[in-house]
Design a protein around this ligand. Structure first.
Ligand SMILES: [Zn+2]
Ligand SMILES: [Zn+2]
Length: 502
């Protein structure tokens, strides 16, 4: 295998590829999408190889000698600057992607030495080995923050993109998440992916299998009482799980499904568990991780009890897990805005489900219409109904260390948004002091992030208008599309629970 797989990536470097894909989609969708999370094409797909051993556990074992300057971080920042700079000029919109991002070979010394303790994220993310912090060990920050990155152009690009953003964890789609049938993974892509998961000394980007949390197809409904429809879902589910095993990934996150209004919740939850049991027999190690849902309509999984009921009916409890989405939990009636409500929500999860099942989280703010609104609409960190304080509780909570914490926030095509949100989350770890001091700091961070995001949107010339601060009134959309249509499309573009009602 070549020393430098990135150079084989067709066309342009992956960040640009992702931006291009997103750009295409941006014409069809509006605001609040699962940005860059689409495996846009399956053109280069071929039969896949057999699964092999994973590199789990190895990632943490290295305590390498400090490396040199975080060159890659600088390069990447420049790259992003260039992108936004260019897109700010309408005339330059179609600028050739080639010159936007400097080529960085992910195996080069400059890429691999991106952080003094070699834990992954560039020093620009505000944490480094020499820093005095209880949230930073010799292996890097205690909390594994990442984003749902694009696998456009090749499954391995998800890892490259994650690395270029400085993510210490990632999510990705394993295939087109809105289609029942997809071609198998490309064998060459699988090889590259597995190599990139390895530790840096072994030529990889150091993403242990435990910090990769792929997101399953949106179509899957294992709760459906209709046996033949459920079978179709099961095949899609099993195919996803097998893709994980091919890639050496341990975890697989998906939405449990819905009753479609045709059976009791109990029956649907048992159907989900039965599918997990069946899948365990047809796979070797991957752990299905059930996502909590916002709870609209007949959707399963919005309560801790739903999740517990599924697990109760799973035979091999070593191979089942849960992923908590902060936006969904808030929309489902689990408050996290104050220290007290946060503690109550997490401890009720522990009592009812068990924290040992928590394998990952989705870190999103909510713009669904307030607490307990049952709506699944993600917002940027600190700028939605949940607010900054809750995310400080999350990243300071030792119970949530060492699991993937994945951003699925709106980005209007600019993955720089995620890099900044990661920085903000790491910054939140260090926020301490009296109640008043903390409150003042959070307020300051929120306002400056709101302004920064607004400027980023304006500069990019893309994406929706930013929401006004909470006490301003929302300006009426003028001269735009009908609000209903707009809302529908925005909804469709983000995780949509309704879609599962198929
Ligand atoms: Zn999800
Ligand atoms: Zn969601």
């Amino acid at each position: 295998m070549s020393e430098s797989p990135l150079s084989e990536v067709p066309g342009s470097p992956p960040v640009v590829a992702a931006a291009k894909t997103a750009g295409k989609r941006a014409k069809k969708v509006t605001a609040y999408k699962d940005e860059s999370s689409e495996l846009s094409s399956e053109e280069d797909v071929k039969p896949a190889s057999k699964k092999a051993k994973t590199n789990s556990g190895k990632a943490q074992t290295k305590a390498k000698a400090p490396a040199k300057k975080p060159k890659v971080a600088k390069d990447s920042e420049e790259a992003v600057d260039e992108v936004t700079e260019e897109s700010a000029k309408p005339a330059a919109k179609k600028a050739a992607p080639k010159k936007r991002v400097p080529k960085v070979d992910p195996f080069s010394e400059e890429a691999l030495g991106s952080h003094p303790c070699r834990c992954g994220p560039p020093a620009s993310l505000g944490h480094n080995a020499s820093k005095e912090s209880k949230y930073h060990t010799s292996q890097g920050p205690t909390h594994r923050i990442g984003a749902h990155t694009s696998a456009s152009g090749g499954i391995e690009n998800a890892l490259v993109n994650a690395s270029q953003l400085g993510g210490r964890a990632l999510a990705l789609f394993l295939k087109n998440q809105r289609k029942w049938e997809s071609s198998p993974l490309d064998e060459d892509g699988v090889k590259k992916f597995r190599k990139l998961m390895l530790e840096r000394d072994m030529g990889g980007l150091d993403y242990s299998a435990d910090y990769i949390l792929p997101h399953g197809s949106y179509l899957i409904n294992l709760g459906n009482p209709d046996a033949s429809k459920r079978e179709t879902s099961y095949k899609c589910f099993l195919d996803d799980l097998k893709r994980c095993e091919q890639l050496g990934i341990h975890l697989y996150n998906w939405h449990p499904g819905s009753t479609v209004g045709a059976c009791t919740k109990e029956e649907a939850l048992k159907n989900v568990a039965a599918s997990i049991n069946r899948a365990h027999k047809e796979t070797e190690f991957v752990i299905p991780v059930i996502e909590n849902m916002a709870g609209a309509g007949n959707i399963l999984g919005a309560t801790w009890e739903d999740l517990a009921t599924i697990i109760e009916h799973v035979e091999n409890k070593d191979r089942v897990g849960v992923c908590i989405d902060t936006c969904h939990m808030f929309a489902a009636g689990y408050d996290i805005r104050t220290r007290e409500t946060y503690e109550e929500s997490i401890s009720s999860f522990d009592r009812i489900v068990g924290l040992k099942y928590l394998k990952g989280m989705h870190i999103n703010d909510s713009q669904g219409g307030g607490f307990n609104c049952k709506k699944d609409r993600h917002d940027n960190i600190g700028l939605g109904e949940i607010g900054m304080a809750a995310f400080r509780f999350v990243v300071q909570d030792p119970r949530l260390a060492n699991i993937p914490l994945i951003l699925e926030t709106p980005t209007f095509e600019e993955t720089e948004v995620w890099r900044r949100e990661m920085e903000i989350l790491y910054e939140l770890q260090e926020v301490d002091g009296t109640e008043e001091e903390v409150e003042a700091k959070l307020k300051e961070m929120t306002e400056s992030w709101r302004e920064e995001l607004k400027a980023m949107r304006e500069k990019s010339g893309k994406g929706p208008k930013p929401k006004p601060a909470k006490n301003e009134s929302a300006p009426k959309a003028k001269g735009k599309k009908a609000p209903a249509a707009k809302r529908r499309r925005g909804k469709k573009a983000s995780e949509s629970e309704e879609e599962e009602e198929e």
